[in-house]
Design a protein around this ligand. Sequence first.
Ligand code: ATP
Ligand code: MG
Length: 279
Amino acid sequence: AYWPSSAKNDSLIVAENLSIKYAPELPAVLQDVSFSLKAGERIGLLGRTGSGKSTLAMSILRFTDPSSGRILIDGIDISKIGVEDLRSRLTFIPQDATLFSGTLRENLDPFDEHDDAACLEVLYRVQMISRSSDASASTSREHSVVASVDVSRAASITGIEREDTADTLSTTLTDVDAKTTVSLDTQVSAGGTNFSQGQRQLIALARALLRRSSIVVLDEATSSVDFKTDAKIQTTIREEFTDSLLLTIAHRLKTVIDYDRLLVLDKGKLVEFDTPLRL
Ligand code: ATP
Ligand code: MG
């Protein structure tokens, strides 16, 4: 059977008394954290800077190992699974997503498992590219893609930047880098430094859409991501990962206000765990 299963499961990710130290002499960054997350649930993870949010996210992918306690995914203690195997089955979009040197296509589909049309489709769905350009008519690499935003689509999304008026939203969203073009053949420099932090997250999201895993962990990029790109990331998350367990680390409550539950970390301890509206 495929692991982790996407079937109904009230304890798809379980943390048991998880404590993490970066070095034996350093204080614990996570202290005795326990929780259980259901399949398909949307979980927001909040907390001040330095509270341990990224550490917790990374521990699910075994980028940090617990000093005590354990994490189980779909019933299996992840310390018993090979790191590469584990990471290939989950989707993690880190706070500072990096790309590797190669083409955009290779970054999206490293094992060449999808056709060009599928690669372009996910770039459209994360709003890196516009479907209305001639790219839609043709999947030819040469004619790909103008970066622009479908304003009406973005503005129709509920839950994003609620306090912004539709006017503000469309002004912000039409102020696009319309002269930028990308194609599947666009060369990505090592680390992805020819893309912004937010664009790198969008590309990582597009890769995640091709992969379709049952667990998605998103460590929202910090303030350096502009409103427009942040809105695209949140839009994609809301519309595309409806069947996955989604753990989103957010810097603002409004990002996750309509999620199913919130985890709040305070100095390495889990202090709240409730639906956002009751917080
Ligand atoms: P932010 O909101 O700024 O992203 P965060 O909640 O994600 O913060 P973490 O990055 O998990 O916080 O860091 C938690 C604590 O662990 C901080 O005190 C940080 O300095 C420390 N820390 C993080 N990474 C390391 C590391 N590689 N080595 C030593 N200490 C680290
Ligand atoms: Mg962080």
